[in-house]
Design a protein around this ligand. Structure first.
Ligand code: FAD
Length: 528
């Protein structure tokens, strides 16, 4: 059986959907194929525990998509026409220390000044200067995020032209820890910012993590964290409505096995159940670099392209998540003000313990002090649970292979390890006990790889954000422009492509490339 479309997208992750939606809106006949029984990949909301409780299985907060013209200018009408609505909490993130004190990160600079002054007047003053620099960098950073990356050599040459560019280059090469300790003196301030950067799946001590500190702070002040009403999957739902409204189709439980090529051009996809979908103009592939060879083994791609792709490195920080439906809302001992925050970091007041936790993960061990964080989305959007009830989404960093054992070991230990994490969390709350929990669902790094092949080895960002896998070299220099050398009209999307993991709406850059190749006019969406 063979069916013909202009464009076929492999995978209904938000990036594939974004690319497909632009093409559908421009009049192409689009088909999106998803192997799971549900849509959205990492942008999904499901009743994972008990009926009536909606859980964001993966992403919770949509941060970096907020500056994307897709959302900022509502280029496809996701907000005005297709029902997407964001809430922007005034406190995107809070650090709750084990001595009962807290440090909130507000969207408002002056309030952050007051917060930091609780612990150090000097840090509060430094923050004003620091956030000024972050705000200054922000437009430059945003300028690089939502279109094809500039070639690496040109980017560095450009930065080398001015003192400001050279300063930014140095910031990019440094670790965020180096920058934090340079600017801030108090242990809690340092922990607060280091944990914030750590949300990027990297130890703050990793060289090259410096710029993410400025980027995160710049985004927090200007855009905050967007929490979609109804759940993370509301973005997926809006994208699907947009595609269908333009005559496209999005189908579940279709697992693509091969990309067929004809005369060096992607021409169709074949599925595991023997179907064939012809793609006259383009194939969009949410294909992890480790898996690319399997889809294209007869396409005549140069072996080094696959070899380099297979050598891309994942982050040592994989993730375990606990989703719980709760009898009532969580009661923090630190006070009700914690409820206002989107992301809540639970931290020991010890830099040594904090730093060692990342080291434990790097050595393949379960950390002695788990790096725990959580969100309680019902505090911000009560529509996700029956009245008076609540949800919790907790996460911690762990290795993919524990103590050198195969990843399948996670299937044996996951419930017991989740119990251990909940025990570690409970001293922060008045009411976190087994009586509070109606139902729970635990995802290990192996489960994440099973739910989406983008999350190889439990890496939420597909591959690590190391400098050699950055910009036009992400995932490799061969594949960094969303295309595969030797195969025309195949466009890669995923967290392993520029600009990296997270809800960025990066499928827009892939769509721009397709538009270019098909001599279509992308500026029709320009509403700026
Ligand atoms: C636990 C967790 C928490 C996270 N939290 C956040 C957060 O709060 N904020 C944030 O910004 N980011 C977060 N992320 C990261 C974010 O979710 C991902 O980076 C993002 O969703 C990736 O989107 P994508 O479309 O590129 O890929 P994916 O979402 O992985 O989508 C790929 C899709 O393709 C499908 N697919 C793959 N191969 C095939 C095939 N052969 N045939 C058919 N279908 C196929 C997959 O099933 C999947 O649905 C989190 C991720 C995880 C796992």
């Amino acid at each position: 059986m063979s069916m013909a479309y202009d464009v076929v997208a492999i995978g209904s992750g938000h990036n594939g959907l974004v690319a497909a939606a632009y093409l559908a809106a421009a009049g192409r006949k689009v088909l999106v194929l998803e192997r799971n029984a549900w849509f959205g990949g990492g942008v999904v909301t499901r009743e994972l525990t008990v009926q009536g409780f909606k859980h964001d299985q993966h992403s919770v907060g949509h941060i970096f998509i907020q500056a994307n013209p897709l959302i900022r200018n509502d280029e496809l009408g996701l907000i005005s026409k297709y029902g997407l609505k964001y809430i922007y909490p005034e406190v995107p993130l809070i650090s709750v220390f084990d001595d009962g004190t807290t440090l909130s990160l507000y969207r408002d600079r002056q309030r952050n000044y007051q917060e930091l002054a609780k612990f150090s007047q000097r840090d509060a003053e430094a923050y004003l200067k620091f956030s000024e620099i972050a705000a200054h960098y922000l437009p430059m950073l945003i300028g690089t995020l939502y279109s094809a990356p500039v070639p690496m050599g040109a980017q560095f040459a450009m930065m080398d032209q001015s003192p400001e560019g050279r300063e930014m280059f140095a910031t990019m090469m440094k670790s965020s820890w180096e920058i934090i300790t340079d600017w801030f003196e108090h242990e809690k301030t340092r922990l607060h910012f280091a944990r914030m950067v750590g949300e990027n799946l990297a130890s703050p001590e990793e060289l090259g993590s410096g710029i993410s500190l400025f980027m995160f702070l710049g985004f927090m002040e200007k855009y905050g964290i967007g929490i979609p009403v109804g759940g993370s999957g509301a973005l997926t739902a809006a994208l699907i409505r947009c595609i269908e409204d333009h005559g496209g189709e999005v189908i579940s439980e279709v697992d693509v096995s091969i990309i067929e090529t004809k005369a060096g051009r992607a021409s169709a996809v074949l599925t595991h159940d023997g179907r064939r979908f012809e793609a006259k103009d383009a194939v969009i592939g949410g294909i992890h670099p480790h898996l690319l060879r399997g889809y294209l083994h007869e396409a005549g791609v140069a072996p080094h392209v696959f070899e380099r792709a297979e050598r891309t490195t994942t982050s040592p920080c994989a993730c375990i998540t606990i989703h719980a439906s709760l009898q009532e809302k969580l009661q923090f001992k630190a006070g009700n003000h914690v409820d206002k925050a989107a992301f809540i970091e639970l931290l020991p007041v010890s830099i040594a313990r904090f730093r060692r936790s990342f080291d434990d993960v790097r050595y393949g061990e379960l950390p002695k002090d788990p790096l725990l964080a959580l969100a309680s989305p019902t505090n911000i959007d009560p529509s996700r649970a029956p009245m008076g009830k609540a949800t919790m989404h907790a996460w911690a960093y762990v290795p993919f292979e524990v103590d050198g054992r195969p990843a399948a070991y996670w299937d044996e230990i996951k419930e017991a390890y989740a119990d251990r994490l909940l025990e570690r969390m409970s001293p922060y709350f008045h009411n976190l006990s087994s009586n509070l929990i109606i139902g729970r669902h635990v995802d290990t790094p192996l489960d994440m790889q099973r739910t989406s092949p983008s999350f190889q080895r439990g890496d939420l960002h597909g591959i690590a954000g190391h400098q050699h896998q950055f910009g036009a070299h992400r995932p490799t220099p061969d594949l960094g422009r969303n295309t595969v050398p030797g195969v025309d009209r195949l466009y890669l999307v995923g967290p392993f492509q520029h600009p990296g993991g997270g809800v960025f709406g990066a499928g827009r850059a892939a769509a721009m490339r397709v538009f270019d190749d098909l001599k279509m006019n992308f500026s029709q969406f320009n509403k700026a």
